[in-house]
Write a protein that binds this ligand. Structure first.
Ligand code: UD1
Ligand code: UDP
Length: 392
């Protein structure tokens, strides 16, 4: 009897855990594949809440996080610890996700072991190697050493083709964050907001997140000042900011956000609580990648507090607007949306170009065919089983 192929998934931060969770659940259910999950623990608390929500019990946990870790700290610890797991598991392919240090260093170690790398969320690009930092370099480097590119959108696949990646290894699956989000949004419908948000009026909430490394320093301070100005100008709205656990983000922003009752800065929320918060919001201000892909499913406008985005589809569709990190622009654009219902409606009606909730199913279908050597020519089976076509 032919050996069942082994897929090893390696992830370890909040965003890659959320985005890999539906893939892990799907692969665990496939009889034709043996799946092993390994978490790096690059994030600790923010990872653990995701594992708990999705009921994932990883076989291996490298537990590498340290307080105020540098990029080198993460790389060194992971390069030290992952080889033992690779030697033990002997995977037919290692799946990594996106653009974190966990993803790049795990891909590198896998390449050194001469195992195949599969990249979920392959092909996202900005024109600037330093923005976002270090994610732009991480994802380009992963795409250079991987053989299976699971691109979320046609745009991402086009970028890979333009870089001469082997076309037979490029697939368009949709983004798995939509799978995770739809699963969680269903549970969040009747889920009350946690303290101290329990009594907030739905539709009178502005949700905020900000953490990007390239914004550390003056840009995060600008964002903090903009939030304080907005909270002061719009006393009818509550501005809720679950702030990242990174102490540097807190030091940069907290001094600018004190003394306003309607600017509520709280600890990071578990994913279910956060989805419940987003779904009751009128507007979202963020520099997060994942939130740009989730909010369009709810029809909630997003102002992206970054200079460039690799998620241009949402900008083109009209649900995202790039506002940069200047205090004045953030305040002006948020004011426009909070005061003009037409501006709000224009962004709210755009739809979600990132996925349809079936990306993980497609990824498992593709892995089954690729790992068993079956021909993946179109026509034999439904195109939808292997290819995501956006409805917007
Ligand atoms: C990482 C990713 C970034 C992603 C972000 C999501 C890299 C290079 N960056 O950046 O792409 O957008 O995660 O949040 O991989 N901390 C805790 N507990 C936690 C998580 C973080 O205390 O559960 C603190 C620690 O002090 C840690 C610091 O935050 O040292 C920074 O974490 P790190 O993973 O290095 O960077 P992020 O900015 O979170
Ligand atoms: N998120 C969460 N709790 C929070 C803030 C965000 O669960 O308090 C979720 C959010 O819905 C999204 C993901 O975390 O799915 C985004 O993570 P982050 O912003 O840390 O990383 P990025 O997407 O920028 O890489």
């Amino acid at each position: 009897m032919a050996k069942i192929p082994t897929v090893l998934s390696v992830f370890g931060t909040r965003p890659d855990a959320i985005k890999m969770a539906p893939v892990v659940l799907e692969l665990q259910n496939r009889k034709s594949i043996k799946h092993v999950a390994c978490v790096t623990g690059q994030h600790r608390q923010m990872l653990d809440t995701v594992l708990e929500l999705f009921g994932i019990k990883p076989r291996h946990d490298l537990d590498i996080m340290t307080e105020r870790q540098s990029l080198e700290d993460i790389a060194l610890r992971l390069l030290n610890d992952l080889p033992t797991i690779l030697d033990k598991v002997q995977p037919d392919i290692v799946l990594v996700h996106g653009d974190t240090s966990t993803a790049f260093i795990s891909a590198l170690s896998t390449y050194y072991h001469r195992f195949r790398v599969g990249h979920v969320e392959a092909g996202l690009r900005t024109p600037n190697l330093y923005v976002p930092f270090p994610e732009e370099a991480n994802r380009r480097l992963i795409d250079t050493i991987c053989s299976l590119h699971l691109a979320p959108t046609d745009n991402a696949a086009k970028a890979l083709h333009a870089e001469n990646a082997d076309p037979s290894g490029i697939f368009v699956t949709g983004n798995t964050v939509v799978d995770a989000f739809l699963f969680t949004a269903e549970k969040a419908k009747d889920h009350p907001l946690p303290e101290p948000l329990t009594d907030l009026e739905p539709g009178k909430i502005v949700t905020i997140t900000a953490h990007r490394r390239e914004s550390w320093g003056e840009d995060l301070a600008n964002i903090g000042r903009a939030l304080a100005t907005l909270a002061d100008r719009f006393p009818d709205f509550t501005f809720v900011f679950p702030i990242h656990l990174n102490p540097i983000v807190r030091e940069n922003m907290m001094p600018h956000m004190e003394g306003l009752d309607n600017l509520v800065v709280i600890e990071p929320l578990g994913y279910l609580d956060f989805v419940a918060l987003m779904s009751r919001s009128y507007l979202i201000l963020t520099d997060s990648g994942g939130i740009q892909e989730e909010a369009p499913s709810l029809g909630i406008p997003v102002l992206v507090m970054r200079e460039v985005t690799e998620r241009q589809e949402g900008v083109d569709a009209g649900c995202l607007e790039l506002v940069g990190t200047s205090e004045k622009t953030i305040v002006d654009r948020a004011c426009a949306i909070l005061t003009d219902p037409d501006e709000h409606a224009r962004m709210a009606q755009a739809g979600n170009p990132y996925g349809d909730g079936k990306a993980s199913w497609r990824i498992a279908n593709i892995l089954e065919r690729v790992l068993t050597g079956e021909d993946l020519e179109e026509g034999e089976r439904e195109l939808d089983e292997f290819h995501f076509t956006p409805s917007v």
